[in-house]
Write a protein that binds this ligand. Structure first.
Ligand code: ADP
Ligand code: MG
Length: 238
């Protein structure tokens, strides 16, 4: 477990500057939200932190460990995507087991780990189903379970609830808050939805056009927006 630090991070695609000199610290164990309008660079930032995309310049640290050049698998981060990316031909159990097999965890231990995580995400009765037999919320919980068993130092989630209907989304928000309390691991959560950000996060980073506009607790940001963009985006009082 560690604080994640970004130092002078820049990213361009061709001539387009997508991230402009980002300096941030993501506190260990926090539920940090990366909030901003579509196209502002949220996914790019998350992908760079996870090692799935290369930065143009800048450094990334986990505590004092410089991870900028590390492969994704060596970064101790688990990523949960919007489209879940489950294997359709495998059962729920097998989907979760797959990563453990790769890590050469013994069969007995795999079973105990998976039984525990299925309990945690309330999918015990669905272990032998395939993804297409599940609802959107259940699939999202399988994706979470698969990430949890990796015991990462941080969970990165990129708009994980955006494919769910409003009712299920509300339910899953609550579940994620509870999951964070149980795991006590860093959650870095990307959304373009202010309401979602304000209701879930312990710390919010607001991004616009590749720049950090403001960061702080939801209360800080709501009561003391530092610029017009933030005030308008959050809808806080002038
Ligand atoms: P967000 O997740 O906030 O919606 P993105 O990080 O996906 O924003 O994209 C930020 C900007 O970078 C957008 O203008 C997008 O078109 C551009 N972009 C993202 N990925 C690529 C890519 N692989 N090649 C070129 N441009 C990209
Ligand atoms: Mg995105």
């Amino acid at each position: 477990m560690a604080n994640i630090t970004l130092e002078n991070l820049n990213k361009s695609f061709g001539k387009a500057n997508v991230l402009n000199n980002i300096n941030l610290e993501i506190e260990d164990g926090s539920f940090t939200i990366l909030l901003g309008p579509s196209g502002c660079g949220k996914s790019t930032l998350l992908r760079i932190l996870a090692g799935l995309e290369e930065e143009s310049s800048g450094r990334i640290y986990m505590d004092t460990d410089d991870i900028t050049e590390k492969e994704p698998k060596d970064r101790n981060i688990a990523m949960v995507f919007q489209n879940y990316a489950l294997y359709p031909h495998m059962t729920v159990y097998q989907n979760i087991e797959y990563g453990l097999k790769i890590k050469k965890v013994a069969k007995e231990e795999r079973k105990s780990i998976i039984d525990n995580v299925l309990q945690l995400v309330e999918l015990k009765d669905h272990a032998q189903k395939r993804p297409k037999q599940l609802s959107g919320g259940q699939r999202q919980r399988v994706a979470l379970a698969r990430a949890i068993v990796k015991r990462p130092g941080a969970f990165f989630m990129d708009e994980p609830l955006s494919n769910l209907d409003a009712k299920l989304r509300n339910h899953m928000r609550q579940e994620l808050i509870e999951l964070h309390q149980q795991l006590k691991t860093t959650f870095l959560y990307v959304t373009h939805d202010q309401v979602e950000a304000m209701s879930m996060g312990s710390y919010i980073i607001i991004l616009n056009q590749g720049k950090v506009m403001q960061q702080g607790t939801p209360k800080d940001i709501y009561t003391n927006p530092q610029n017009l963009f933030v005030a308008q985006f959050i809808g806080s009082p002038p």
